[in-house]
Design a protein around this ligand. Sequence first.
Ligand code: SAM
Length: 487
Amino acid sequence: MPRSDDYDISKSIDLKDAVSGGSQQTSLEGFLEESSQAEQKINTDEVLEVYNFPTEELSRIEGITFADSVAEEVTDYTHGMHTYPAKFVPQIPRWAFRLAELDRGDTVYDPFVGCGTTMVEARLCGLDSYGTDISPLARMMTEVKSNPLFPEDPARLKSCTRKLLSNIRNDTTEEELTDENEYFNPPINWDFWFPEQAIADLVKIKRHILNFDPPVEVSEQDRELLEEFYLINLSSIVDTVSYQDENQIKVRKDDGKFEDGLPETVDLFEKTVEKNQRGAVEFAKKCGGDGLFANVVGEDARTQAVEENSVDLVVTSPPYINAIDYTMAHRRSLIFLDFFDQESYKEHRREYVGMTERAVTKDYYDELRLTGYDPIDEQIKKIFQKGERKDKIRAFILYQYFTGMEEAFESLDRVLKEDAYCVIVVGDNEIRNEYIPTAKYLNSIAESVGFDSVTNFKHYYRKVQLQTGRRSTGGKIDYETVLILQA
Ligand SMILES: C[S@@+](CC[C@H](N)C(=O)[O-])C[C@H]1O[C@@H](n2cnc3c(N)ncnc32)[C@H](O)[C@@H]1O
């Protein structure tokens, strides 16, 4: 189904090529020079599946010796449980594990963990992992995807699902969509965004999940994880039964979406759970009893959440400046699943590195704020001085992004062991017709915080469908840069 994560880079990377390596190294000077060639657009159809490996030395990473089987496809095991904008493919963290020559039981950390790709893959590869994300929905997905459910007997999940579905189907009560119904935390303008039947069915499913009494004996930990598993499945269908145009990242209503009839919400939930439980059972069979941990810790990458000097590798993709509004992408789930009410949701939007324009109020953008990094500040000033309100807002967004990333790097430098690698995957941007060489800037911020820049390279993808609606603000992203830093 085409969805907002069409931007997924999996579409073009030939990962076999990636593993066998290539020699198209981009030197740092070359990279910096190239990055400064503003608006140079790459014809990605011609570039095709290029995945440049940085140096001879770094392409020694053949074969995983500490795991017998890992995900071959981007949706294997629990990877495909929920769509997520701009998630990376599992092969990227796996490549980084090889780069760092990790041993079984070593520790990986992803401070912008999103839907948990790094942690799922770490677990499959025999590694301990930590992850942080500002979004409670992302944290819940990651928890569910990277921890085995019923590790002693994964098939128990199937009996639970049978019982849950039969409870839902046998319940013929009409759901009251009023304030008195404690399970109805309506997303903003719900009656504009959902057919009434769809929201009533969603509320009924939620009520059954939150009151579910499993037919098998379960530990407290499994009970919690089971509930979260079902809630994530519910979240994954919320937009499908709403009028949201699922081909858009931006919020956009598609009035004709249900011209051929509204999908039956309970049927859709059933299909989704059945698909996802196959992956969850496979994951639990592989990882149950492995003695490893996958811990979601902390919320904000800018605040240290992991013990100092304890991490063997960081691999992460930080947010894109002004390109993907995660709170908008997930706002219906965030509210419907009770993470926020409408007021606290507004506040939550300000906590993101790469805060969305909608969340920037006058107090933030009215005065010129600078980062202390000359080239970045030159660009901030240039945009601010264009003088319109939206220029000032975007100047603030740049300031907020790079100062936030500086704090995140400081924290990463503390938690990484000496000489450990930190792999950052990031795209460049265009803001108000200004090309922003984000990767280059992050590289110099990391260096000034104390990292050594080992090398970097770009990977290109064939086609990007980062549809941002009528007002495209984030600019096209035709390639991403992989920065390899060392603590
Ligand atoms: C590009 S996505 C990461 C996707 C991830 N690699 C995956 O495969 O799912 C960036 C993530 O950064 C998170 N984020 C934004 N601000 C943050 C902050 N201050 N601390 C932690 N995470 C943050 C967003 O919620 C989003 O999940």
